[in-house]
Write a protein that binds this ligand. Structure first.
Ligand code: ZN
Length: 422
């Protein structure tokens, strides 16, 4: 089970609703402050003791749904306890105080997501505030799952910033353990191919050609805009490009995780650090592939993995492109060109990105304690030719699949040697 807080912006509310929300927030803050003072006076942070002394007066004094009143009490307890803990450690700590800006705490039963609208209970029974949520691509699956009742949520908060309100929705995700199949797929991110994924009997390429092409076009257009001193247009073009890239990263990450989930596998990726070291970026390539695009893809994979029930392991990225995924021999000369790998020791020749993806899969398998034949390192029949399929993505033909060899061809010793080589 993992807890996550989704920060959802509410669509701008009209004056009437704004006034009601602000009044609820003020009432909640006053109620939390009332409990803080009660804690000090009664010298206890025990919820039962506080309930006995404070529940009735609080209920008479504050017009809040009962669950929110309990939230206010719990908030006061949490805050006071952390104050006591700081003091006990000899740290500087002031007696806590709640101002009117305290985020509005909402008990689980006082909120519901209906469609893409927040239904907020008020102090009156069956009287609700309906607050539409601005849902972006990133949050849509979560919001829809909450609305459908498949994703559990708990007590949450409403934050005000200027005229805007944000729902900080707490959700609980079950993270099913799908790595029991013992399969680990390795994902290599790079320049020539945006992504290459490999595992037993599986190779998938996401070509980087379309990405390079489009991003070059954006960059060329911005240069001419810059010359014409159209800075507003330059900014707009940048925004457009990042939205385009983000959308693509969403697609790729969903395809990757969908595939991994289908295989019941875990996914091994390199720690972000190292992408720059591995490929010698010329200035041109550097401009073409800004790191943020990779960073974003990796962030999206992490973000979505729980929903797919996929476990991600991050492996050491050093020498994943120079080591032989078949025999483990590591030397610079193994990498012939950007896309060609040929092992100086055993003669194994393969697409360089595929070789890297297999090394990543092997490392992931070792990190998870697998040492058997179910990792990504496979012997290719014939041993020499890369049989990878490469297709453009972004036009629905996203992936090429090619089955290779059988997984039991791998000897345990091969995994062991690839471990000792880094
Ligand atoms: Zn080799």
């Amino acid at each position: 089970m993992s807890v996550r807080v989704l920060k959802l912006k509410l669509r701008t509310v009209n004056r009437g609703k704004f006034a009601r929300l602000t009044a609820m927030q003020r009432e909640y803050a006053a109620c939390a402050q009332f409990h803080l003072e009660g804690i000090e006076r009664l010298q206890t942070t025990n919820a039962t003791a506080l309930h006995r002394e404070l529940y009735v007066p609080a209920k008479e004094r504050f017009t809040l749904p009962v669950v929110n009143l309990q939230r206010a009490r719990d908030k006061a307890i949490e805050t006071f306890r952390s104050y006591l803990a700081r003091k006990a450690k000899g740290k500087r700590a002031n007696v806590p105080q709640f101002g009117p800006g305290l985020p509005l705490g909402v008990g689980q039963r006082a909120l519901a997501i209906v469609g893409r609208t927040l239904r907020l209970s008020t102090e009156k029974a069956r009287d609700y505030l309906w607050l539409p949520i601005e849902v972006d691509d990133r949050h849509a699956p979560f919001v829809d799952a909450v609305a459908a009742g498949t994703l559990k949520y708990g007590a949450s908060e409403l934050h005000r910033r200027g005229k805007d309100w944000y729902l900080h929705l707490t959700v609980y995700e079950d993270v099913p353990n799908t790595v029991e199949s013992g399969v680990v797929l390795g994902l290599d991110l790079g320049v020539a191919n945006t992504a290459v994924m490999s595992g037993p009997g599986l190779v998938r390429f996401w070509s980087g050609q379309a990405v390079r092409h489009t991003r070059n076009r954006y960059s060329a257009r911005r240069r001419s805009l810059q010359k014409a001193k159209l800075m507003g247009e330059v900014r707009r073009s940048k925004g457009k490009e990042s939205r385009w890239m983000r959308n693509l990263n969403h697609q790729i990450s969903c395809q990757i995780l969908g595939e991994v989930a289908q295989q019941g596998a875990a996914l091994a990726i390199e720690k972000l650090l190292g992408i720059r070291d591995r490929v010698k970026l010329t200035r041109k390539v550097n401009r073409m592939v800004h790191n943020w695009a990779f960073g974003e893809l990796i962030a999206l994979l992490h973000q979505k993995a729980p929903r797919y029930g996929v476990r991600i392991v991050e492996v050491d990225p050093r020498h994943t492109s120079q080591g032989c995924s078949k025999c483990g021999h590591t030397e610079k000369g193994n990498r012939l060109r950007q896309d060609r790998f040929k092992c100086k020791a055993c003669g194994y020749a393969v697409h360089a990105d595929l070789n890297a993806a297999r090394n990543i899969a092997n490392r992931g398998a070792l990190m998870l304690g697998y040492t058997s034949s179910v990792t990504g390192a496979l012997t290719v029949p014939g041993g020499v030719k890369s049989t990878s399929v490469s297709r453009e993505f972004g036009d629905g033909q996203a992936m090429g699949v090619e089955a290779e060899g059988s997984s039991d061809q791998l000897k345990q010793s091969q995994v062991a040697t690839s471990l000792s080589s880094w």
